[in-house]
Design a protein around this ligand. Structure first.
Ligand code: GLY
Length: 372
């Protein structure tokens, strides 16, 4: 297949699909290669939009995350208009409860909107908190989106916009000189004018780039059918090593472990136990709610836990990977700024901190061996 003058995005996760939609809406011709949408980290996330609750210190990363959070309402409106599908975007605010014995220093990003709630005030925000909760930080501008609904909306937007999806596994980026010449799949070789690598935790399989999987186990419960309200939790609770994310339809997502175990699949008793214990401590009533589902996913982690975005060692290859814990949050800003970069050649200053060249060996060893 020859897609000359076109853009080929390798990877159909939230980042690949968001960028495909952005590029297509701006007039580009785009194809996405993705063997299996079920693998995407986006399905496994909880959908928190939480630059403040995640305690990202003042840095280019925080600026990048805040910019994306600010883009969210308009981005969601656009997607919902294209597809007619809801995404469960809910700027609900996030409470970061602090339990007895835990530190509660003021968040470093103190210029931002946040408020300390003492033991009584936090219970006025959210009734039913566990007795060990002694207070917490309130981040009114953080929020959430239903990541699975969002992913479905993106897939539907891809259809509506007639973006081609090649359902094959990319097995090699074929290099020639300082360019990518094509992508080898199990079935064929696909060529394009420009390529984007958006393969998340699997990026290292295609390019010499320091990304490894960081597994997260999760589970969900639902508010019992006979309960007087559909959803008693009206905000996300983001504790130490545990978060509880209510959906407006009565589901409650509980996450997540953070494990360096490669691509080891499955939920473990230890993982489930730690999540359940943490969640019940924050919101004891959960212990009586019916369990709905257990699952896991793989976050794409880089050594400094920041994404790798923009130029690569190959002239016609753009990198859009390594979003680690923040792929859902960072989808709109990544799509917008990489869309600008690919279509106009302009690199927004916000991208500077995420260049691959901060890792001296990234992509270079293969390029050097090609050139020698
Ligand atoms: N964004 C939360 C997580 O990755 O667990």
């Amino acid at each position: 297949m020859n897609l000359s003058q076109d853009i080929l995005i390798v990877g159909g996760g939230i980042i690949g699909l968001s960028l495909a939609v952005e590029l297509k809406l701006r007039g580009a011709s785009v194809t996405v290669i993705s063997e299996n949408f079920q693998q995407a980290a986006a399905r496994a996330a909880a959908g928190m939009l939480a630059p403040q609750a995640e305690q990202i210190p003042p840095s280019p990363m925080l600026d990048f995350c805040l910019e994306s959070r600010a883009l969210y309402p308009a981005w969601i409106e656009k997607l919902e208009a294209i597809t007619g599908l809801p995404t469960g975007y809910w700027p609900s605010g996030i409470i970061a409860p602090v339990c007895e014995g835990e530190a509660y220093e003021k968040p470093e990003s103190s210029g931002l909107n946040s408020q300390w709630l003492d033991k009584d005030a936090i219970r006025q925000h959210q009734i039913g908190l566990g007795e060990k909760v002694i207070g917490g930080w309130w981040y009114p501008e953080d929020g959430q989106v239903d990541n699975r609904a969002l992913f479905q909306a993106l897939q539907s937007a891809i259809k509506e916009l007639q973006i081609e999806i090649v359902r094959e596994r990319a097995i090699e980026l074929i290099r020639q000189g300082n360019k990518i010449f094509g992508v080898e799949t199990e079935a064929e070789k696909i060529q394009a004018d420009r390529y984007v690598l958006a393969t998340g935790a699997w990026s290292e399989k295609l390019l010499d780039i320091p990304i490894c999987p960081r597994k997260g186990q999760m589970l969900s419960v639902s508010v019992p059918k006979n309960y007087p309200v559909t959803q008693p939790l009206q905000t996300v609770l983001f504790g130490k090593g545990i978060y509880i994310v209510p959906r407006q339809d009565g589901r409650i997502i509980i996450g997540a472990t953070s494990e360096n175990v490669g691509f080891q699949e499955g939920n473990t008793p230890a993982g489930m136990q730690s999540l359940l214990a943490g969640a019940i401590k924050l919101y004891p009533e959960l212990q009586n709610y019916p369990v709905q589902e257990f699952w896991w996913g793989f976050r794409p982690a880089t050594p400094d836990e920041l994404p790798i975005l923009g130029a690569s060692a190959w002239e016609n290859l753009t990198l859009a990977t390594g979003h680690y814990r923040n792929g859902i949050l960072l989808a709109p800003v990544t799509a917008k700024l990489l869309g600008d970069l690919i279509l106009t050649g302009k690199s927004d200053p916000l991208l500077a901190a995420f260049n691959y060249s901060r890792f001296p060996s990234a992509g270079l060893t293969q390029l050097q061996s090609q050139l020698n």
